[in-house]
Design a protein around this ligand. Structure first.
Ligand SMILES: [Zn+2]
Ligand SMILES: [Zn+2]
Length: 424
C-alpha cells in the first residue's frame, strides 16, 4: 500500500506554491520597510515553555499540542504558535541588553492537533510580528498599521480592525468583581466551559461562542467601563493614532484575551467573507509574558496570522499562477549533437538570468513543442543536426506562430536583446 501524508497536512505543489512565495515576498518586503527583522526559532521547544507562555488553561495547551518524550526523556512540543518562542529567544540571547525596542517577525509552520476540517490543518503556517521593549501606544498603532497595510496591498476587500483594551493588573480586578456580580444570577445557565471560567477567568466568558452565554453577557460590564487612568490614556492615544494612519477601526468591547499577561490593547483584523466577516489576524499587548518565561519585566505586543486563511481569502486568480509558471524560451534539441550544443547554450543563457529550459526526456519535435506550450514559453528555439551543420537555429514565436532562422553565432545575443525589449 502506498504511504500517505499524515492527516491534516498538505503538499504544496508547483502551481500553488507560487502563491505562497508571492505572499512571503510581500511580507518580507513590508517588514523590511517598517524596520522589522526576521527571527527563526526551533520548530520544537521544551513543553514547559508553552505551558507557561501560552497558558495551561487554554485549549491549545490542554488539547492541541504535539507533545512527546525524546530519547533523553525530555518533554518536547512542536510549537503551536510563535510568540512564546520569540520571547524565550529574547531572554536567552539577552536581546533586552541591546538597543530597544526589538522589532521582529517570523514566518513558519506551527503544529496543533485539531480535528481536520476545511481550512484547518495540523501543520499550518503563520506570519507574526513581535515588538519587545516598548510600551507606548504608537508601538501598538505601528503593529496594527503594518498588518492593515499588508492586507491592503494584497488587495483584500472589506477590511476592518476591531480594537479593545483589556486593562491591566490595576484595573482588571475591579472588572472581574463587577462581571462576577453581573453573571452570578445566571451562573447555572452558562455553558460548562464558562462555568469553570467563572472563578478563574470570567473575562473569557465575554468571548464565548455559545449563543446562551452570548445572550447572558448582553449588557455585561466591559473592561472599558473600569479602565484605570494609564490604560484609558493608552487606549485614547491608540485610537487617535489609528485615525491618523487612516486605519478603519471599530471598538469592540467583547474582544478579550483572557490570560494574565495580556494588557491593554487587543485587536483583530476582519475581512469580508462569504456573506459575513471573519477574523484573519489577531494580536495584542502582552506586557507580562517575557517575565513569565523567565526574563526581566518587558513590554511586548504582536500579532499572528494564519497564512492558509489569508491565501484562501485572496483566492488568487488562475491567471496569476500561469504568469508565474511562464518560461521565456524552450530549447527544442533533436539528436545527441544538438542536445549537447543546446545544453551549452541554455547554460550560458541561464547564467545571464534568463528563464529558459530544455527538454530532458529526448522527446520528438512534436512532443517538445507541446511541452513548450504547456509551460507557456514565449519562444521555442529549434536545433537539429542539420541546423548545426548550417550554423543556424530556428526561433519560433509561439504566440504568433511565426519563425525565423538566426545565425547560431548571434543567437544568444539576440535572445538576450529580445528578453530585455519585452520589458524584463
Ligand atoms: Zn489599567
Ligand atoms: Zn460559554
Amino acid at each position: 500500500m502506498a504511504i500517505q501524508r499524515p492527516k491534516g497536512t498538505q503538499d504544496l505543489l508547483p502551481g500553488v506554491v507560487e502563491q505562497w512565495q508571492g505572499l512571503e515576498e510581500q511580507i518580507r518586503k513590508i517588514c523590511k520597510e517598517y524596520g522589522y527583522q526576521e527571527i527563526r526559532t526551533p520548530m520544537f521547544e521544551a513543553t514547559e515553555l508553552f505551558q507557561r507562555g501560552v497558558g495551561e488553561t487554554t485549549d491549545i495547551v490542554n488539547k492541541e499540542m504535539y507533545t512527546f518524550l525524546d530519547k533523553g526523556d525530555r518533554s518536547i512540543t512542536l510549537r503551536p504558535e510563535g510568540t512564546a518562542s520569540v520571547c524565550r529567544a529574547y531572554v536567552e540571547n539577552k536581546l533586552y541588553g541591546g538597543p530597544q525596542p526589538v522589532k521582529l517577525y517570523y514566518i513558519g509552520p506551527m503544529f496543533r492537533y485539531e480535528r481536520p476540517q476545511s481550512g484547518r490543518f495540523r501543520q499550518f503556517h503563520q506570519f507574526g510580528v513581535e515588538v519587545l521593549g516598548a510600551d507606548k501606544p504608537m508601538v501598538d498603532a505601528e503593529v496594527i498599521t503594518l498588518v492593515w497595510d499588508l492586507y491592503s496591498r494584497l488587495g483584500l476587500k472589506g477590511l476592518e480592525v476591531h480594537v479593545n483594551s483589556v486593562g491591566c493588573p490595576t484595573c482588571r480586578p475591579e472588572h472581574k468583581q463587577k462581571l462576577q456580580e453581573f453573571l452570578e444570577p445566571h451562573k447555572e445557565e452558562l455553558c460548562k466551559d464558562c462555568q469553570s471560567r467563572f472563578e478563574k477567568n470570567p473575562l473569557r466568558i465575554l468571548d464565548c461562542k455559545n449563543p446562551t452565554c452570548q445572550e447572558i453577557t448582553q449588557g455585561a460590564p466591559t473592561t472599558l467601563d473600569v479602565l484605570c487612568e494609564d490604560c484609558a490614556g493608552h487606549f485614547a492615544e491608540l485610537k487617535s493614532l489609528l485615525t491618523a494612519a487612516e486605519v478603519v477601526y471599530k471598538v469592540n468591547p467583547r474582544l478579550v484575551r483572557g490570560l494574565d499577561y495580556y494588557r491593554k490593547t487587543a485587536f483583530e483584523v476582519l475581512v469580508e467573507d462569504i456573506g459575513a466577516q471573519s477574523a484573519i489576524c489577531g494580536g495584542g499587548r502582552y506586557d507580562g509574558l517575557v517575565q513569565e518565561v523567565g526574563g526581566p519585566q518587558t513590554p511586548g505586543i504582536g500579532f499572528a496570522m494564519g497564512m492558509e486563511r489569508v491565501l484562501a481569502a485572496l483566492k488568487l486568480s488562475k491567471e496569476h499562477e500561469d504568469e508565474d509558471a511562464k518560461e521565456f524560451l524552450m530549447l527544442v534539441a533533436l539528436g545527441e549533437k544538438a542536445q549537447s550544443e543546446g545544453f551549452a547554450i541554455i547554460s550560458r543563457l541561464r547564467k545571464k538570468g534568463l528563464p529558459v529550459s530544455i527538454d530532458l526526456l529526448g522527446r520528438s519535435l512534436k512532443a517538445q513543442l507541446k511541452a513548450a506550450d504547456r509551460v507557456q514559453a514565449k519562444y521555442a528555439a529549434i536545433l537539429g543536426e542539420e541546423e548545426i551543420n548550417k550554423g543556424i537555429i530556428i526561433l519560433r514565436d509561439l504566440k504568433l506562430g511565426e519563425q525565423e532562422e538566426l545565425s547560431l553565432k548571434d543567437f544568444e545575443e539576440q535572445v538576450l536583446k529580445q528578453y530585455k525589449e519585452d520589458g524584463n
